[in-house]
Design a protein. Structure first.
Length: 150
């Protein structure tokens, strides 16, 4: 379970340290995909292979339940898998962020790593900060329902 968030400096090889509590992922291959947050910020989602397979299965199941044709589902899943790539967590607990992805999400010297339960996300620190202001959280209106942050 990936929880919490931390901002780390990218090393000269464009690697970021995975939080110590997540080091069980060390040596593990992760599936990474460019994505957009709910607020339309560019981010990188990182899944274990198992969590990625579970996510794809869930997407297929939800789409089938809505009556979407198998061909359309295959096209969508193909777009997801076609935009994803695998990366391994090094023995030092670092994850390489390729230059193209680093540039797409706007990473320069620092990266914010955010736990999302079954996966984690990599954000440009300024973008993550913007989504965590009191005003941004108020827009969600979920806290009024669940009372977790108030």
């Amino acid at each position: 379970m990936f929880t919490g968030n931390v901002t780390h400096k990218l090393d000269p090889k464009s690697r970021v340290a995975i939080p110590a509590g997540w080091r069980a992922a060390q040596g593990q291959t992760l599936v990474m995909i460019d994505a957009r947050s709910e607020d339309k910020y560019r981010i990188m989602k990182c899944f274990t292979r198992e969590a990625f397979a579970d996510k794809i299965a869930h997407i297929r199941q939800q789409a089938e339940a809505q009556g979407i044709s198998p061909g359309e589902i295959d096209l969508y899943v193909g777009r997801i898998t076609g935009c994803s790539f695998e990366a391994e967590v090094s023995s030092q607990g670092k994850l390489l962020i390729p230059k193209a992805q680093r540039e797409r999400i706007g990473l320069k010297e620092m990266a914010t790593i955010v736990g999302r339960g079954a996966h984690f996300e990599i954000w440009a620190p300024a973008d993550f900060e913007e989504t965590n202001t009191p005003e941004a959280l108020d827009k969600l209106k979920l806290d009024k329902m669940f009372h977790m942050l108030s």
